[in-house]
Design a protein around this ligand. Structure first.
Ligand code: ADP
Ligand code: MG
Length: 678
C-alpha cells in the first residue's frame, strides 16, 4: 500500500490526528493494522445454555409495555417482560428510562446482561431492537487509552478501509494462499475489524498471524544468512589429529550427544563462516568439555579463546577446571573485577601480547582496556544472563570471531526458534553414563526436623548439603536475614562435628570465594545460601539440595538448583519445601518430583507460567507480536520458519516472480533490520 497519512482519511482533522499520533498511529497502514485486542462476544444462546451470574445475550419479543419507577436522586429502574421461546424472562435496566419508548410491544430485541438463573431475570447492559445482526454479535475492543472513543475509532477504520482498502496489496505468493487456504490480505484486514461471524474472524486471524510470524522469521533467517556469509575468511586450520589425541586422553568417553555437538561446532570452526551457535544442554550434560575441545582446536590454529561467564564464582570454577585440563599444554588466565592494580595490568599486557591462550572472565572481559592479540573463539556461558549489547561488545574484540553461546536452561523448541531464530542450535540431550537420577521429594515445612536428621545422616556418610534459604520478598536485605537465621538455626541444631557455612550476595567476592573453596574442600559440610549458587557451581561430593519456598521459583530455576547435586557417584536427593496454594503451584511441585528431564520441565514451565516468567521478567527475550502468540500459535510458527528458511536460503526473492510482492514488502523492513543487507 502506498504511504498514506491518517490525515488523508476523510473526517480525520488535526485534533484527531494528534490523538492518533499519541497512539503511535501515523499512516493509514498503522491505522488499519491496529487490531482489536479482543472481542466481546454477544452470541445469542438458548436459555438452557446460560450460566447463573454470567454475562449472556438472549433474544426475545417484548410482551408488554416497560414499567419505569424512580427512586433516590434521579435514579430509575425499568422492568420489561420478554417472551423467549416458551419462557417469560424479566429484563431490568437501571437509569435508562428513555429505553421505554424503543421497547414497543411485539418488537424483537436482543439484550445482553447478567443472567439470574433463579429469577429467570436479566440485568441489561446492552440492547438492540429489530432483527438480529450476526455481525453485531462480535464487538471488537481496541486499546485506545481513552484518547478516542471506541465508536469513533471504529468509524475512522471503516472510513479508511472504504477509501483505501483497495490499495492493500497482497504480499504472499499465490502458492501459500492456495496451499494454506488463506484469505487474501485486504479481506483479512477488513474481517479482523468487522467480522461477519466467528468463523470469518478465525480465518482472518489465521491469515494475519501467519503474515506476522513469516515476516518475523524472514528477519531471523536473513540475519542468520548474513551472519554466516558476511564473514567469509575466518576458517581455522587446526590439526585434527591433535584434537583426536586430546580427546583420547580424557578420563572418559564423550557421549554420543557430545560428539555430535562437537562435530557441528568443529565444522563451524573450520569453515570460513563465522560461528553463531547456541549449545544447549542440561546441567551436568558435559557442555564444558565440549567447549574446551572447541577452544583447543581454535588455539591449535593460532588464535586466542575467551570464556565469558556471569559470576565470579563461576569464572573461578571454569578457570580451575580448564587449568587442570590444559595443565602443561596451554596457558589459562582469569580476568574478573576483583583482579586489580599491578596484577591486572600485567594480565592485560599478557592478553594483548598473546602470551595467554584462554582468558576466563566476567563482564570484566568486555571493558575497553581489554585487547586481545588474536581472539578467534568466544564462549559465552549462561548466555541468557548477558544482554545483546554485551555479547556484541565481546564479539567486536576479535576480527569476526566464532561465537558459541552455552545455556543450561533447556529451551523449549517454540522459544528457541523465536528467541534464537538467528542462531544455529546444537543440543546435548543425553547425560554421561553412570549418572544416577536425583530423588526428589516435596514436603511441608513441618518436616524440617526430619530433613535435619537426614542431612546429619548423609554428612556422617561423607556427603555434603546445600540448603537454599527462603526467598520471601524481592528484597536482598530480607533474603539475607532469612539466610542468616536459617544458618544460625542449623548450626545450633546439627552436632558440632558438622560445619555449617553461609553464602549470600552481601559477602565480598573474597569472602564468597573463601566459603565456596571451603565447601569444595569439604571443610564446610552444609552450605546455607541464597540463590547465588544457582549457576554452574560444581561440588561433586554434595548429595543433598534442600530448597525453601520452592514454589517461588520457576521449574527451570529449580532444575538448575537441583543440578548442583548428583554430580558424583553417590545417590543424590533434592528436597523441595513448599506449600503452594493454587492448583498450578501444586502441579509444578508434582512435576518436579516426577521428572529430571530439563527439556520436559522447560515445556511444562512455559505452559504453566508463560514466556515472560520463563526467562525472568526483564529479559523475556521474546519479540512483541500484534496478533501472534508464539506458544499458542507454535504450529504456524514452525510453518513460517520452514517457509522463511526456504525463501531466504533458496534465494527466491527477486528471482521467482511469485515472490515479487513479498520482496517489495519486506525489502524496507529487512534493510532496516540488517545493516548492509541488499
Ligand atoms: P555442564 O557444563 O553441561 O553443566 P559439565 O561440563 O560441568 O556439565 O560436566 C559435568 C561433569 O561431568 C564434569 O565433572 C565433567 O568432567 C563430567 N563429564 C563430562 N562429560 C562426561 C562424559 N562423557 N562422561 C563422564 N563424565 C563426563
Ligand atoms: Mg557448566
Amino acid at each position: 500500500m502506498k504511504k498514506r497519512l491518517v490525515s488523508d482519511v476523510n473526517g480525520i482533522g488535526p485534533a484527531l490526528n494528534e490523538k492518533l499520533a499519541e497512539l503511535n498511529i501515523h499512516s493509514v497502514e498503522d491505522l488499519i493494522t491496529t487490531y482489536p485486542s479482543r472481542y466481546d462476544n454477544f452470541e445469542v444462546l438458548p436459555l438452557s445454555e446460560l450460566i447463573h451470574e454470567q454475562k449472556a445475550t438472549i433474544e426475545g419479543t417484548v410482551l408488554s409495555e416497560a414499567v419505569v419507577t424512580y427512586y433516590g436522586h434521579k435514579k430509575s429502574r425499568l422492568t420489561v417482560p420478554f417472551q423467549v421461546g416458551e419462557v417469560v424472562v424479566k429484563g431490568i435496566m437501571f437509569n435508562r428510562a428513555f429505553a421505554k419508548k424503543q421497547l414497543k410491544v411485539g418488537e424483537k430485541v436482543t439484550v445482553t446482561g447478567k443472567w439470574d438463573q433463579h429469577r429467570q431475570q436479566i440485568t441489561i447492559s446492552h440492547y438492540r431492537v429489530g432483527e438480529k445482526d450476526p455481525a453485531a454479535e462480535i464487538d471488537p475492543v481496541y486499546l485506545l487509552r481513552q484518547l478516542i472513543t471506541p465508536k469513533q475509532f471504529k468509524k475512522i477504520i471503516k472510513q479508511a478501509l472504504e477509501q483505501f482498502g483497495h490499495e492493500i496489496d497482497e504480499i504472499l505468493p499465490e502458492k501459500y494462499l492456495v496451499e494454506y487456504k488463506l484469505f487474501n490480505r485486504a479481506f483479512a484486514i477488513e474481517q479482523i475489524h468487522f467480522p461477519k461471524d466467528l468463523s470469518h474472524l478465525k480465518q482472518a486471524k489465521r491469515r494475519l498471524i501467519y503474515d506476522e510470524l513469516l515476516i518475523f522469521q524472514l528477519k531471523m533467517q536473513v540475519l542468520r544468512k548474513y551472519n554466516r556469509e558476511r564473514t567469509v575468511g575466518n576458517a581455522k586450520a587446526y590439526d585434527p589429529e591433535k584434537v583426536d589425541q586430546f580427546i583420547e586422553q580424557l578420563p572418559f568417553k564423550l557421549t554420543e550427544a557430545q560428539q555430535k555437538a562437537l562435530h557441528e561446532i568443529l565444522i563451524d570452526i573450520k569453515s570460513p563462516y563465522r560461528m553463531h551457535r547456541l549449545l544447549q544442554g542440561d546441567v551436568g550434560s558435559g557442555k564444558t568439555i565440549v567447549a574446551a575441545i572447541a577452544l583447543y582446536s581454535s588455539i591449535l590454529a593460532g588464535c586466542q579463546g575467551a570464556i565469558m561467564v556471569p559470576t565470579e564464582i563461576l569464572a573461578e570454577q571454569h578457570y580451575q577446571s580448564l587449568s587442570n585440563l590444559f595443565d602443561g599444554i596451554l596457558t589459562v588466565e582469569l580476568l574478573t573485577g576483583s583482579i586489580k592494580g599491578k596484577q591486572r595490568s600485567e594480565r592485560l599486557t599478557a592478553i594483548n601480547e598473546g602470551q595467554v591462550d584462554i582468558i576466563v572472565g566476567t563482564h570484566a572481559l568486555i571493558q575497553d582496556e581489554v585487547n586481545f592479540m588474536n581472539l578467534g573463539l568466544i564462549i559465552v556461558d549462561e548466555q541468557h544472563r548477558f544482554g545483546v549489547k554485551q555479547r556484541k561488545v565481546l564479539r567486536e574484540k576479535g576480527i569476526d570471531p566464532d561465537v558459541l553461546f552455552m545455556t543450561a536452561t533447556p529451551i523449549p523448541r517454540t522459544l528457541a526458534i523465536t528467541s534464537y531464530g538467528d542462531m544455529d542450535i546444537s543440543i546435548i540431550d543425553q547425560m554421561p553414563i553412570g549418572r544416577k537420577d536425583i530423588d526428589t521429594f516435596w514436603v511441608k515445612e513441618s518436616m524440617f526436623p526430619r530433613i535435619v536428621a537426614f542431612i546429619e545422616k548423609e554428612v556422617k556418610k561423607g556427603g555434603q548439603a546445600y540448603v537454599i534459604a527462603p526467598l520471601i520478598e524481592e528484597s536482598d536485605k530480607i533474603d539475607i536475614q532469612n539466610a542468616v537465621e536459617l544458618y544460625q538455626h542449623l548450626s545450633s541444631t546439627l552436632p558440632s562435628s558438622i560445619q555449617t557455612g553461609l553464602l549470600h550476595g552481601r559477602l565480598t567476592n573474597v569472602e564468597k570465594e573463601q566459603v565456596m573453596q571451603e565447601f569444595a574442600e569439604n571443610k564446610i559440610n552444609v552450605l546455607v545460601s541464597t540463590t547465588v549458587v544457582e549457576v554452574g557451581v560444581n561440588v561433586p561430593n554434595a548429595t543433598i539440595m534442600v530448597i525453601y519456598d520452592a514454589e517461588r521459583f520457576g521449574l527451570s530455576q529449580l532444575h538448575q538448583l537441583r543440578g548442583r547435586v548428583g554430580r558424583g557417584e553417590q545417590q543424590s536427593y533434592c528436597i523441595l519445601i513448599a506449600d503452594p496454594k493454587g492448583e498450578i503451584g501444586k502441579e509444578r511441585m508434582q512435576v518436579m518430583t516426577e521428572t529430571t528431564n530439563g527439556f520436559e520441565l522447560a515445556e511444562q514451565d512455559l505452559k504453566l507460567r508463560g514466556p515472560g516468567e520463563f526467562f525472568g521478567r526483564k529479559q523475556s527475550g521474546l519479540p512483541e507480536f500484534k496478533l501472534a502468540d508464539p506458544i499458542h500459535d507454535y504450529r504456524t510458527l514452525e510453518t513460517a520458519r520452514k517457509d522463511a528458511v526456504e525463501i531466504i536460503f533458496k534465494d527466491v526473492l527477486g528471482n521467482d516472480p511469485d515472490y515479487d510482492s513479498l520482496n517489495t514488502y519486506i525489502k524496507n523492513i529487512l534493510t532496516e533490520y540488517v545493516d548492509g543487507f541488499d
